[in-house]
Design a protein around this ligand. Structure first.
Ligand SMILES: C[S@@+](CC[C@H](N)C(=O)[O-])C[C@H]1O[C@@H](n2cnc3c(N)ncnc32)[C@H](O)[C@@H]1O
Length: 336
């Protein structure tokens, strides 16, 4: 579970940087896409190698400040786009051959520190949680969705066991008051019977709302599909996840496109789709004890990667069907 408290570390810390660089090998040059530019930790490291180019993407317009600093130093080797990574297919890549595409999911230290974003339950004021280029906030969700919808969001995106009672108490409270961050924290605290003293009682609900507001499930699925289309043969696609839902999606996507499905010998012979990826390691790469001791939030990070085997730019995947229940829940937001 990703904690939504402001971390104790005092600076931004790119997770698993050494490991990722050793896998994407920028020392051989080429063009890379950093789909979650943030504070530019990965981008800057890649650009330090000659003959590299980076296209940095972030939905948060605040990232542009850091992007401008990097641009000053690396000029024509770096481009920044303030878009969502689900829109990767809109990039005009001309004849650019993409050697590596990296996603580092979740939010940055700078975002969690920013009280206006309201990502942390320690923030005072509006329930916002928009990372950028959103259409509704967490405040819209808790004040407008119905009880069943809120329950499902907390249950499926936060694995919150007491989702039903929390949703019911939100509905009762909002008849009297608009729900802001502090009110929501109080409702959760009051409602939860089983307290875990190591994890704040609001952690799961806050994670769930952040996933919902930023449509993180659909973003990831579309991001992975579009990235796989634009990557060149031999290129690396890698993702750092911080919670089990994201990791499940990445694991399924990589595995399902790396091997043939086993078919019963009694079934009629069908043509197997071509395999898109080489999955080098089945298990994810985790941060070392040293990294975790220096940067506590890295403790839940998992890095998975694949290498594209073919020159296909179009392929079939059933990933949307596999996770259709979660996509349906995210779509409650369409009416907000
Ligand atoms: C964990 S931070 C990345 C930190 C970065 N690797 C670094 O070293 O500075 C995640 C970043 O991804 C961005 N982000 C999250 N979802 C996104 C999406 N769907 N499209 C584009 N950017 C996204 C967030 O705004 C945030 O800046």
């Amino acid at each position: 579970m990703e904690a939504t408290t402001v971390p104790k570390v005092q600076k931004h810390y790119p997770v698993l940087l050494k490991e990722i660089i050793s896998i994407i090998t920028p020392q051989y040059g080429g063009t890379f896409i950093d789909c979650t530019f943030g504070q530019g930790g990965y981008t800057k490291k890649i650009l330090e190698f000659e003959n590299t180019k980076v296209i940095g993407i972030d939905r948060d317009v605040e990232s542009r400040k850091r992007a401008n600093q990097i641009k000053e130093k690396f000029e024509d080797r770096f481009i920044f786009k303030n878009i969502r990574f689900s829109q990767l297919n809109n990039l005009k890549l001309k004849h650019e051959e993409i050697r590596g595409i990296i996603f580092d999911l979740g939010y940055s230290y700078t975002q969690i520190k920013d009280a206006k974003k309201g990502l942390s339950f320690e923030s005072i004021g509006n329930l916002n949680m928009q990372m950028g280029l959103n259409t509704y906030s967490a405040e819209d969700a808790v004040n407008k969705l119905d009880e069943k919808e809120l329950e499902k969001i907390f249950k499926f995106f936060g694995e919150e066991k007491e989702s039903k009672f929390i949703a019911r108490n939100i509905i009762k409270e909002r008849l009297k008051n608009k729900i802001d961050t502090q009110t929501l924290v109080k409702i959760i605290d009051r409602t939860k019977r089983k307290k875990n003293f190591k994890v704040h009682s609001a952690t799961k609900v806050f994670q769930a709302l952040r996933i919902f507001v930023n449509k993180e499930i659909s973003e990831l699925i579309l991001g992975l599909i579009n990235a796989s289309k634009i990557l060149k043969k031999g290129g690396v696609l890698g993702v750092v996840t911080f919670h089990s839902l994201d990791d499940k999606i990445v694991k399924y996507f990589f595995k399902s496109l790396s091997e043939n499905k086993s078919i019963s010998r009694y079934s009629p012979a069908i043509e197997q789709p071509e395999i898109l990826f080489n999955l080098i390691k089945k298990k994810p790469i985790l941060p070392s004890d040293k990294e975790i001791s220096e940067n506590q939030p890295s403790r839940s990070a998992k890095f998975r990667y694949v290498i594209k085997k073919t020159d296909f730019y179009n392929f079939n995947t059933d990933i949307k069907d596999q996770f259709s229940d979660l996509i349906k829940i995210e779509n409650y937001g369409d009416k907000l």
